[in-house]
Design a protein around this ligand. Structure first.
Ligand code: LER
Ligand code: MN
Length: 286
């Protein structure tokens, strides 16, 4: 069963970005709980995160799980990437991701490598960048395995990276790895830019899809853009996807309204139609 999730950013430098809630974790959890979300996904540096016991209490109080931790703050705050030409900076980038793996591990929450993949440049050519990336992903995936969680890798659109832009690119990358413990993140915003057919891309990803960023064509909450969700939902059902649909979307028109719109869309697309499939009398996907 697909579960609903909402993003919370604790990184002041990322204000104005694609996160539903900002800054105030307690308030975000309270609202997420009220709206019946299953989980939150946090975007934070290790130093922005609360003590684990505080997070355990907060999640319990509002009936939530920790779905995943984003690592993009390593790029936003420290300009770290796993493909930096400088060996010491690559090592710092790995350490950064490792600390988040260690924080998320006891929650059974995987970390996401998205912006930290970096890009190839005049100084680091494409093959070298890909080999640095594979080396890092193998090491990080092994670390994540100790906690029984996968490592999640996110293809990004061409304006954010020139390394891995599509699900097909992601699948080729996975083939180069020694580890079997890496899953792909299907971010519908990036996919809308890069994929010819979102449903076909999800079907090609199949069981290698481990997480979903749930947003509309313009990165507003689902329902506020022009993506056709019918083929997307069908493909997710076909591949038996049972992870989170995590709202990584702009807080449009504000955080609370964006969370509410997302939750309603989730209900329409996944819960009501599941009810209809069980014969509860509702028969429209949207
Ligand atoms: C960035 O565009 C994105 O989608 C994030 O999930 C990566 O850090
Ligand atoms: Mn994303």
């Amino acid at each position: 069963m697909i579960r609903s999730c909402v993003t919370v950013s604790l990184v002041p430098e990322a204000r104005g970005g694609q996160f539903i809630f900002w800054d105030d974790l307690s308030e975000a959890c309270r609202k997420a709980g009220q709206l019946n979300f299953d989980a939150v996904e946090l975007f934070a540096t290790p130093s922005d995160l609360p003590e684990p016991e505080t997070l355990v209490r907060l999640l319990d109080d509002h009936g939530l799980k920790l779905a995943a931790l984003g690592t993009g703050s390593g790029w936003v705050r420290h300009r770290l990437t796993l493909t930096d030409g400088d060996r010491h900076r690559r090592e710092r980038a790995r350490q950064f991701v490792c600390s988040l793996i260690e924080y998320g591990g006891p929650f059974r929450a995987p970390v996401i490598v998205g912006s930290m993949q970096g890009r190839w440049t005049d100084c680091v050519d494409r093959d070298t960048a890909l080999s640095y990336l594979c080396e890092a992903l193998d090491e990080l995936a092994e670390h994540a395995e100790r906690y029984g969680v996968p490592l999640i890798f996110e293809p990004l659109n061409r304006y954010e990276s020139n390394l891995v832009n599509t699900v097909a690119d992601g699948l080729s990358l996975l083939e180069r790895l020694s580890s079997q413990n890496v899953r792909l993140l299907a971010d519908l915003f990036h996919m809308n830019i890069e994929e010819a057919d979102l449903g076909a891309a999800l079907r090609a990803g199949g069981s290698r899809i481990g997480h979903l960023h749930f947003a509309d064509s313009n990165r507003r909450p689902v329902g506020c853009g022009h993506l056709d969700f019918v083929p997307i939902v069908s493909a997710l059902r076909e591949i038996g996807y049972d992870g989170y649909a995590s709202a990584e979307a702009l807080p449009y028109p504000d955080s609370e309204a964006a969370a509410r719109t997302t939750r309603q869309a989730f209900r329409r697309l996944f819960e009501v139609s599941d009810g209809a499939r069980r014969g509860e009398g509702l028969n429209e996907v949207s």
